[in-house]
Design a protein around this ligand. Structure first.
Ligand code: PHE
Length: 378
C-alpha cells in the first residue's frame, strides 16, 4: 500500500470514528434545526406565534416521512425577548446541537445579533419576519422571507397621504432597530411628498408612562401619529393618548401584530391602521385551509408571525430537498435559489440581497377586532 493511500485510509477511519466530516448531523438519525424565538418576555406573542407556525411545518413534513431519509428535529431556544440572549442561544444551537440551519428571530434587533454568528459559522439562517434592511447585510448565509422596512415605511406614508393626513407626529422606540429604521423610512417618504412632521418623540421598550411625550405631540396638533414600535408599548400609548384627549388615529407597522394590541389597547385602538404581511381574513383557499388547521391546533386564528414561521420552515425544507444535503454551502445556495415558492404569505422569490419582494396588507381595528382593508403591491 502506498503511503498516500494509507494516509487516506487512516484519515477516513478517523473521520468515521469521530464523525469529523464537516457535514453537520450526518451521523444523527435526525436533521437538527435550531429556532430562536421570544417565547417569554416583552414580545412573547411574536415568539409563540412564529414557533407554532414553524412547529406545524415540522410536524407536517415528519408525518409525510421526513426529509432526506430522516426526521426533522426542531430545537427551540427562548431568548426571553432580551437583548443579548438571541446571540447566546444561536451560538449554543450551532456548537452544541450542531444544527444545520437557524430559523428566527422575529424582531430585527435579535436577528441582527444572530446574523453575524450564523455567517461566521457557515450555518444558513432564515428570519421569518425581521424587516430591518441591515439583517441580511450580515452576509450570504442570512436570508429573510418577508418584505423590508423601506417598503413598509413607504406603504404607510402613502396611506397617510391618501387619507389626507398631511401633518403627522412620530413616536419611536429607540431601543429597537426595527422602530428606529421604520421611522426613518416613513419620514423620508412622507416629507418628500409634502407631508409635515409636527413633532418627534421617543421612548424605550419596557417604558410604561408616555404622558410627557404625548403632551408634546398634542401641542403640535397632528392629523395622525405614526408609532413605529411594538404592540405592547403601542397599546399603552394609545390608551394614555385618549386619556389626554388625543383623538387622531395612530398608524404603525407589522410590530403591532399581536392579540395583546386590542386586549390591552381596547377602544383606544379603534380606527387605527397598521401594515402587515398577511390577513387571516383573506378568502383564498390556501390561506383559509391554513387558518383552519392552525385554529384546530392552537384554538386561535394565526397572526402574521405564525404564517411567516410556517413559510420559513417550508422554504428551508424545500431548499434541503433541492440541495439533497444539509451541508452549509450547498444549502445556502439552494435557499438563495428560492423562486416562486407558494407560501401562505404569498409567492416567495429571494432576490440577490436575500430578501423577499412581497405585497403588504393594511389592517385596521374595527369593533375591537383587526380587519383587512387593502393590499399594496411593491
Ligand atoms: N418586522 C418586525 C421587526 O423586524 C417584527 C415583526 C414581524 C413583528 C411581523 C410582527 C409581525 O422587528
Amino acid at each position: 500500500m502506498k503511503f498516500s493511500t494509507r494516509l487516506l485510509f487512516a484519515s477516513t477511519a478517523l473521520f468515521a470514528a469521530f464523525g469529523v466530516c464537516g457535514c453537520k448531523s450526518s451521523d444523527d438519525s435526525t436533521i437538527n434545526i435550531g429556532e430562536v424565538a421570544s417565547l417569554s418576555g416583552g414580545t412573547a406573542t411574536f415568539g409563540q406565534s412564529s414557533h407554532n407556525g414553524t412547529q406545524m411545518a415540522v410536524d407536517e413534513i415528519n408525518a409525510a416521512g421526513g426529509l432526506l431519509g430522516k426526521q426533522i428535529k426542531l430545537i427551540t431556544e427562548d431568548d426571553q425577548s432580551k437583548q443579548g440572549e438571541a446571540g447566546t442561544v444561536a451560538k449554543k444551537l450551532i456548537s452544541r446541537s450542531k444544527v444545520s440551519a437557524l430559523l428566527g428571530e422575529v424582531s430585527s434587533g435579535k436577528s441582527l445579533e444572530m446574523a453575524p454568528i450564523a455567517q461566521t459559522a457557515g450555518v444558513p439562517m432564515i428570519s421569518p419576519a425581521s424587516t430591518n434592511p441591515k439583517v441580511t447585510e450580515a452576509g450570504d448565509y442570512v436570508f429573510r422571507i418577508c418584505f423590508i422596512d423601506p417598503f413598509q415605511g413607504t406603504v404607510m406614508s402613502k396611506f397617510a397621504i391618501s387619507k389626507g393626513w398631511k401633518k403627522v407626529a412620530i413616536l419611536t422606540d429607540t431601543k429597537q432597530d426595527y422602530s428606529v429604521g421604520l421611522t426613518q423610512f416613513f419620514k423620508k417618504h412622507f416629507t418628500e411628498n409634502q407631508g409635515t412632521i409636527t413633532g418627534e418623540q421617543s421612548y424605550g421598550s419596557g417604558d410604561k408612562d408616555f404622558k410627557a411625550q404625548l403632551t408634546a405631540i398634542k401641542a403640535g396638533a397632528p392629523d395622525a401619529i405614526f408609532a413605529s414600535g411594538y404592540y405592547n408599548e403601542v397599546a399603552l400609548i394609545a390608551v394614555q393618548a385618549r386619556e389626554l384627549g388625543i383623538t387622531v388615529p395612530f398608524l404603525g407597522g407589522d410590530g403591532w401584530d399581536s392579540p395583546s394590541l386590542t386586549e390591552v389597547g381596547g377602544k383606544a385602538m379603534e380606527g387605527c391602521f397598521f401594515s402587515n404581511h398577511f390577513s387571516n381574513e383573506d378568502a383564498s383557499p390556501v390561506i383559509q385551509n391554513f387558518v383552519k388547521a392552525y385554529e384546530a391546533k392552537h384554538g386561535a386564528k394565526p397572526d402574521a408571525m405564525a404564517a411567516l414561521g410556517y413559510d420559513s420552515a417550508k422554504i428551508l425544507f424545500d431548499a434541503m430537498k433541492r440541495a439533497g444535503t444539509t451541508e452549509g454551502k450547498a444549502l445556502r445556495d439552494a435557499i438563495a435559489a428560492t423562486k416562486d415558492f407558494p407560501g401562505i404569505t404569498g409567492s416567495i422569490t429571494l432576490d440577490e440581497k436575500r430578501n423577499a419582494n412581497k405585497p403588504a396588507v393594511i389592517l385596521t381595528i374595527k369593533d375591537g377586532k383587526v380587519a383587512y382593508t387593502e393590499t399594496i403591491t411593491p
